[in-house]
Write a protein that binds this ligand. Structure first.
Ligand code: F6P
Length: 366
């Protein structure tokens, strides 16, 4: 089917590089003579027309995407509370419940004469895109997340920027840790995968790295701290992924709201308190949190994002749908959305990055 008009949506937590995708997708579309609109806040722009007096859709012209490649965030807005299949809806008792509004998305897309949609998001957005394709819509996915936990692509944009920022924070924490002879525990995001913790921990010379893929035992971390003390090193840096948990224990969950994935966070404080008790050494916890998602995308993330945006448009032009753009160096390829959403990509324990950490004597808590 010939394309005249497409919609672009960004969903889930933002990641540096979203605006670069939008720019590439818009310019590639306009170059093909297609009209382009952005859907505000995930699918909310289609579902909640009343919320946007000036319209839930933004017309995207060459002018709209000028000078945005280097900007963090997303000019379209995003939400991680907007799954149309489980849409949080206020009921008469004043509480929220999840309602399936996917048919409203299909109808609104038709109303706006959208021939196809490019959905930029994480695993949740890719699952939604696949489910909408099954309802007859034409969609191509673009993977984004700082967590790098999406299967089917070697890497997602946003990850490099997050790792670079976390690494520079670790560099800074070394001097204050050393000055006070402290243990510094640094909690980083990443959900149920330890990619950010492992890559930043290695690059930032951490002494211990705790990731969800290896349930930890703090005795191993204490051994490392004592070994360092024996070498005259009276401070230590411990990186903890927010999804890490002790052997036999559970993830620390901050809360779970209707229509939203559970929020992790708090393990850093717990590890810091336990280490202080076990070692008797002054210990502090630092949570990097959303700082990892903010700011300008790194060069590498900008380039991946631009390549993904242009590739998504080429995919639509070739008549593809129900697929996701993926990085498969040296090129990009398209993987079926079913394949991309089958499983979460965690750190492989037999990979060389884990082996490198072990060879360098970093404690992984096991
Ligand atoms: O998926 C990206 C991410 O930043 C995770 O690392 C983190 O667990 C989550 O989003 C935080 O979400 P929110 O923005 O809702 O706090």
């Amino acid at each position: 089917m010939k394309i005249n008009k497409i919609g672009i949506t960004t969903g889930g937590g933002d990641a540096p590089g979203l605006n670069a995708v939008i720019r590439a997708a818009v310019l590639s579309s306009l170059g093909r003579g297609w009209e382009c609109v952005g859907i505000r806040d995930g699918y909310n722009g289609l579902l909640e027309r009343g919320r946007y007096p000036e319209s839930g859709l933004i017309r995207l012209e060459r002018e709209s995407v000028r000078g945005i490649t280097h900007l963090g965030g997303t000019i379209l807005g995003t939400t991680n509370r907007g799954n149309p299949f489980h849409y949080p809806t206020l009921n008469s008792s004043g509480t929220y419940s999840e309602v399936d509004r996917s048919d409203d998305v299909v109808a609104a897309a038709k109303d706006h004469r959208l021939d196809a949609i490019i959905s930029v998001g994480g695993d949740g957005s890719m699952a939604i895109a696949h489910a909408l394709c099954r309802k007859g819509m034409r969609l191509v996915g673009v993977p984004k997340t700082i967590d790098n936990d999406l299967d089917g692509t070697v890497v997602t944009f946003g990850f490099d920027t997050a790792v670079a920022f976390a690494t520079s924070c670790l560099d800074r924490l070394h001097s204050t840790a050393e000055a006070h002879r402290r243990i510094m525990v640094v909690e980083v995001m990443g959900r149920y995968a330890g990619w950010i913790a492992l890559h930043a921990g290695l690059s930032g010379t951490a002494d211990a790295i705790l990731i969800p893929e290896i349930p930890y035992n703090l005795d191993s971390v204490i051994r490392k701290i004592k070994e360092r003390e024996g070498q005259g090193r009276t401070f230590s840096i411990v990186v903890v992924a927010e999804g890490a948990y002790p052997a036999g224990g559970e993830h620390v969950v901050q809360n779970k709201e209707v229509g939203r994935a559970e929020r992790l966070g708090g393990i850093g404080d717990q590890v810091a308190a336990d280490l202080q008790e076990l070692s008797g050494q002054d210990t502090r916890a630092v949570v990097l949190g959303h700082l990892l998602r903010g700011g300008s995308p790194s060069t590498s993330d900008r380039l991946i994002a631009l390549r993904f945006g242009a590739a998504a448009v080429r995919a639509l032009d070739e008549g593809l749908s129900d697929c996701m753009v993926a990085l498969d160096p040296p090129t990009v390829r398209y993987v079926p959305l079913t394949e991309a959403t089958q499983r979460m990509k965690q750190v492989p324990l037999d990979g060389d990055t884990i082996q490198t950490a072990r060879d360098l004597g970093i404690s992984l808590g096991d």
